[in-house]
Design a protein around this ligand. Structure first.
Ligand code: TRP
Length: 456
């Protein structure tokens, strides 16, 4: 390997690795900084937009009408990036409400605190905007990527659905589906998958997702499955065949590649592009260089942990931004930016004044790491216990209710498209019956172009 090559591959002369750019993709998140991923840089790289004060004020203005405040996840920059939120809000104000789509790959029983973040946000948006939610459980994805049987993945999707329901979704406005179940039962969903598959070449998929020669072909076509719920015709039982219901996807930023692809193909299929609201990663206990992960139990606080486990994990593993000795700490203060306990408080301590007080006291040295951890423990223990209580309440009947293909009461808001209008259109379409415009850029889609070019 030449020196240049070595540097490009992130290896220094002495063999140490130097990760110059944060690694962020659906399978890996790694930063070399203890402060975690540089999210401003990521917005530039991905070509998304920052959730700025103008957007926050706008959400505030709309949600205050129903007596709600902007969620602290948004105010505190934890949902920091978006694509086309303003279009969604414009349409909403014109009386054309959107629907929400989010998902989870059920790879283990053990869901952790980080997994809750998009669901807490989605539930808040459901309530604040009074809109339907679809939740995709990609048990098919996990079958392809992990060493699990179909039966196991399917079981896990139902177990995870209980945790999702425990977040408080409204059964009258929420449809949770397992891919392994739903795709075989809904022709319209399957047809949308096919439409997307026809629009994306292998070369493009490799550019976006980094697939290699030894990846099974299931993986290569999977992104079309994650794209399909972005289009309202994939849920005929909810949207009655309407093509024009806009979609907003709250998700962690690592899922963005799927939706860059989706947004790229949508106009060619005459669908609306889905809008996105991206969250930061939930840091691992050991520090913000990477995210919390079920495969490393010491990095995670699980939703099944006992109060004692919660306490011990925080005390033992939560990376501290405090100083080595009490004297030094009192003199120089701690560093909230790298302190994992403080970062977790940003997610889960709702009281702004208390949070600010803690930040001041910790940074000035008045508060010690042990005291900060105690504060966090006192918030997380009841949070986890309440989740367990709520989950217990999810009976098989309730699970069945959320997961069955059914008309939702809100479906009445979406009268089917006018058949006369569509027959007029059909005539026009016949001339141009290719569902997907010919791929026009295969050769020019380089890895960076496809993965990171701004899509509007
Ligand atoms: N691929 C995601 C995961 O592994 C699951 C997922 C499917 C998803 N559709 C989504 C996540 C939409 C966010 C938004 O967890």
């Amino acid at each position: 390997m030449t020196e240049q090559n070595k540097l490009e591959n992130g290896i220094k002369e002495n063999g140490e690795s130097v990760v110059e750019e944060d690694i962020v993709n659906p399978w890996e998140v790694q930063s070399s900084s203890s402060k975690g991923v540089d999210y401003d840089k990521l917005i530039k790289r991905f070509g998304s937009s920052k959730v700025d004060q103008t957007l926050i004020d706008r959400i505030e203005q709309i949600t205050s009408k129903s007596g709600r405040k902007v969620h602290h996840f948004i105010k505190r920059g934890l949902f920091f990036s978006h694509r086309e939120m303003h279009r969604i809000l414009d349409l909403y104000e014109q009386g054309k409400p959107f629907y929400l789509y989010t998902g989870r790959g059920p790879s283990s029983q053990a869901m952790h605190l980080g997994h809750l973040i998009p669901f807490i946000m989605t539930r808040y948006l459901q309530e604040a905007f009074d809109v339907p939610v679809v939740v995709q459980l990609t048990d098919d994805e996990k079958f392809l990527w992990k060493d699990l049987t179909l039966e196991e993945c399917y079981e896990l999707s139902k177990e995870n659905a209980k945790d999702i329901i425990a977040c408080g979704f409204d059964p009258d406005k929420t449809f949770i589906f397992s891919d392994l179940d739903y795709i075989g039962s809904c022709k319209d969903f399957y047809w949308n998958m096919k439409r997307v598959e026809k629009c994306v070449t292998f070369n493009q998929a490799r550019g976006i997702f980094g697939f290699g020669d030894s990846d099974c072909i299931g993986k290569i076509s999977f992104p079309a499955i994650q794209a399909a719920p972005s289009f309202s015709t994939s849920f005929p039982h909810i949207f009655n065949g309407r093509k024009d219901i806009p979609c907003l996807i709250p998700c962690a930023i690592d899922q963005d590649p799927y939706f860059r692809m989706t947004r790229d193909v949508a106009p060619r299929l005459k669908f609306q592009k889905p809008a996105l609201l991206h969250s930061v990663f939930f840091p691992a206990l050991q520090g913000a260089q990477t995210k919390m992960s079920s495969s490393d139990p010491t990095s995670s606080i699980f939703l099944t942990d006992t109060p004692n486990q919660v306490k011990n994990k925080i005390n033992r593993y939560a990376f501290s931004g405090g100083r080595d000795t009490i004297e030094e700490h009192r003199q120089h203060g701690g560093d909230c930016e790298v302190d994992v306990s403080y970062q977790y408080l940003k997610f889960f301590l709702e009281d702004n004044e208390r949070l600010e007080q803690i930040r001041e006291d910790y940074s000035s040295g008045k508060m010690l790491t042990g005291e900060l951890k105690k504060e966090l423990i006192s918030i997380l223990q009841p949070l986890v216990a309440t989740h367990q209580e709520e989950r217990k309440k999810v009976t098989p009947e309730i699970l069945q209710q959320f997961m069955s293909i059914r008309k939702l009461p809100c479906s009445d808001k979406y009268p089917p498209p006018d058949p006369t209008a569509s027959s007029g259109k059909k005539k026009k379409k016949k001339k141009n019956k290719v569902e997907c415009a010919k791929d026009n850029g295969d050769a020019v889609v380089s890895k960076t172009a496809a993965a990171e070019a701004p899509t509007t």
